[in-house]
Design a protein around this ligand. Sequence first.
Ligand SMILES: Nc1ncnc2c1ncn2[C@@H]1O[C@H](COP(=O)(O)OP(=O)(O)OP(=O)(O)O)[C@@H](O)[C@H]1O
Ligand SMILES: [Mg+2]
Length: 275
Amino acid sequence: MTPILSARAVTKTFAVGRQGWRRKTIQAVDAVDLHVHEGETLAIVGESGSGKSTLARILLGLSAPTCGDVLFRGQITTALTRHDRHVFRREIQPVFQDPAASLNPRMRIETTLAHVFLRHRLATPQTLRAITIKQLEAVGLVPGDHYLGRYPHELSGGQQQRVAIARALAVQPKLLIADEPLSSLDMSVQARVLDLLIELRRRFHLGLVLISHDLNVVETIADRVAVMYLGKIVETGATAEVMRSPRHAYTRTLLNARLIADPRLARRRRTEEGG
Ligand SMILES: Nc1ncnc2c1ncn2[C@@H]1O[C@H](COP(=O)(O)OP(=O)(O)OP(=O)(O)O)[C@@H](O)[C@H]1O
Ligand SMILES: [Mg+2]
């Protein structure tokens, strides 16, 4: 089956000033091959600066790769017809880390969502209000009409992220690309937004590319994991497999870091290893 989205030898180079007369560049993403199938959850993990967000922006079509291609249902995205580009933009939706920054602060929630519904002709002026309320309730903002007139700053971080998710889902996407969608939220809220993502995924058969540094989250939600290190994908495989027997030294370091952070897990691991 053709993946819904793939990267083929994607490289992104940034110019970062000069060193003498030489231009200094960094290779933020380095010859990455990746594919995501419909309905699948792929986690991308890796230390800070390893190129995860850069890759996500390229997959979303928000940034052009220096070399390589992104393919949407097997078609190179830069060569899509107008119609297919429209489908691409609709079916692949972003969720960002900071919901406050991704919502227009001067727009009421109702207007933010209404724009999307009207632009994509998913509602008429007559049905708009009812559809907007339904959308808010789908992401757990109940009763929906309670939130229509509010501005983003009148909502909590978790509620803002729910609105951002509601907006992404409004166009009935097939795949969400979520770049650390939980990490700006309080711990207690994180679990609830994660549950929401799991529920939405099931209900709408949504695919998900989840960038996260939280391996517990990854273990809970991801079918497959890709591990990035210095712009490259150094390991990819089924989540349980990668967690159980990481092949790459960097992945082992990542897992060990988690063990240190979680003493309970460390003890369990030591016991399992018979040590
Ligand atoms: N617009 C830019 N101009 C120059 N360098 C950039 C730019 N965007 C990212 N970089 C650099 O590219 C590398 C990868 O950055 P990126 O944001 O993709 O990492 P990341 O894995 O998302 O990190 P984090 O976990 O901290 O979010 C970093 O070295 C970063 O400094
Ligand atoms: Mg990032």
